[in-house]
Design a protein around this ligand. Structure first.
Ligand code: FAD
Length: 422
């Protein structure tokens, strides 16, 4: 088959590696000049050299929120550095090593953005591909499409009362790059997701005062330095201050909104029949296959996951479907989705969290393997995830090592002679 892969981040590279292994003919379109997507740091914010929205949300000093052992592709160990919680350049190096190991680079067309995707007859696809350097657009046809464009590029900014009257500087975490502009400032961080916690930790090293506004008391807050003031949700902004839901008011110079991202696929034509409603990408089979046009797959839609492992099995699942190793009719797929959503509704999970997996990701991956009759992901990954996920306090000081497909070791302070096998 002729397969198009949109995006050369970790998801696109996993799609390429497995598609090549199954002897498909592949072309990858990447709008920037490098592989690794999110893991490329750039000083740029707003629009890039070609007038496109800057893709990466990477900032200086990022520390991964998962141990590297959970960030590796299934079949390519992440060995160095020895410590588990690594930095941006370590992850980028690992992704580049993966591309080199599986000889992926020659299939990637850089500075090439996909501007439109439309279905053709018989499950085929038409892609309008723009060469950013020449400005020319070429139309190409394919038998199948992988959409691997990442989900941390379109900021979500909730409406806050009075925010337009606030005189200080505000940014979304998408545009946060370094701590220097926050030196000696009183900074409000809004949101306690991984970015909110990590950016609060970083800004705290230079700011006069850091205040974190968050929705619920959440264990990982314990990992933040005590001097960071924790506040409930925002009631309203004033010119130079913010009032919180507990009635307290704080003077603020800068705000960083770590309020998350929206799914967006501006290049998909209406005929693709993909809609995003309240953070739910409709309608996908097993969060991967476009139910209305099943020769299109989305890799990496679920969140609160260990991404690279999930990318691998999602890709293998779609390739098994394409090659007819299993079949599912449109009715089967819609039926499966309805059962999935109803089960989650019964558990009180709102539709807006349709793609949040967290502790469900072990069952999710086992279901993919069973449905497509493909190799399972070793249970050691979910076992380790559960361990590092529960009561995050202190876990980021530890290092880990995967022993076999069921066991991992905790290496205290990275000293191999002082371990606890789990
Ligand atoms: P991306 O890496 O975003 O790659 C998508 C690629 O598609 C980009 O290269 C982009 O240029 C390209 N593209 C987009 N649109 C087009 C188009 N129309 N045409 C051509 N090319 C296009 N995960 C972890 O496991 N641990 C962490 O600690 C962690 N920290 C994170 C910190 C931040 C700040 C962010 C934003 C994310 C973090 N993540 C982390 C999640 C991270 O997104 C995943 O690890 C993973 O890198 C996502 O890979 P991806 O390929 O899906 O997307």
């Amino acid at each position: 088959m002729r397969i198009a892969i949109i995006g050369a981040g970790a998801a696109g590279l996993a799609a390429l590696r497995h598609s090549l292994q199954e002897q498909h003919s592949c072309e990858v379109f990447e709008q920037t000049g490098s592989i690794g997507g999110t893991w490329n740091y750039t000083d740029e914010i707003g629009t890039d050299h070609f007038g496109l929205p800057v893709h990466s949300s990477m900032y200086q000093g990022l520390r991964t929120n998962l141990p590297k052992e959970l960030m590796q592709f299934e079949d390519f160990p992440f060995r160095s550095p020895e410590r588990s919680y690594v930095g941006q350049s370590d992850v980028l190096r690992y992704i580049k090593d993966y591309a080199e190991q599986f000889r992926l680079m020659s299939y990637i067309k850089f500075f090439t953005t996909v501007v439109r995707v439309s279905p053709l007859e018989h499950g085929r696809w038409s892609l309008d591909v723009k060469d950013l350097k020449l400005g020319s657009i070429e139309t190409k046809t394919f038998d199948a499409v992988f959409v691997c464009v990442g989900n941390y590029k379109t900021p979500f900014l909730p409406a806050f009362k009075g925010v337009e009257t606030f005189r200080g500087a505000t940014i979304h975490s998408h545009s946060f790059r370094k701590t220097a502009p926050f030196a000696d400032k009183r900074v409000l961080i809004v949101g306690s997701g991984p970015s909110g916690l990590d950016i609060a930790r970083l800004i705290n090293t230079v700011a006069k005062k850091v205040i974190l506004s968050h929705r619920s008391p959440w264990n990982p807050l314990n990992v933040l330095p005590e001097e960071i003031l924790k506040k409930p949700e925002i009631r309203e902004f004033k010119e130079h201050s913010v009032v919180f839901n507990d009635g307290t008011e704080e003077d603020i110079d800068n705000v960083v909104f770590c309020t998350g991202y929206l799914y967006s696929f501006p290049f998909l034509s209406d005929e693709c029949k993909i809609q995003v409603e309240d953070k739910w990408v409709k309608y996908l089979y097993k969060q991967i296959i476009n139910i209305n046009h099943p020769t299109m797959a989305f890799i990496g839609i679920p969140y609160q996951i260990f991404p690279f492992v999930i990318f691998g099995i999602q890709v293998r699942f779609f390739l098994a479907y394409l090659s007819g190793k299993f079949t599912a009719s449109k009715n089967d797929m819609m039926g499966d989705l309805t059962i999935y959503m109803n089960q989650r509704r019964d558990r009180g999970i709102p539709d807006s969290k349709a793609h949040m997996l967290s502790l469900d990701q072990g069952d999710y991956m086992d279901d993919l393997a069973a449905t497509a009759n493909i190799q399972k992901v070793p249970h050691v990954f979910i076992k380790m995830y559960k361990y590092v996920h529960s009561d995050g306090k202190g876990k980021m000081d530890l290092s880990y090592r995967i022993v076999d497909e069921n066991e991992f070791e905790i290496l205290k302070n990275s000293k191999i002679d002082n371990y606890l096998r789990v």
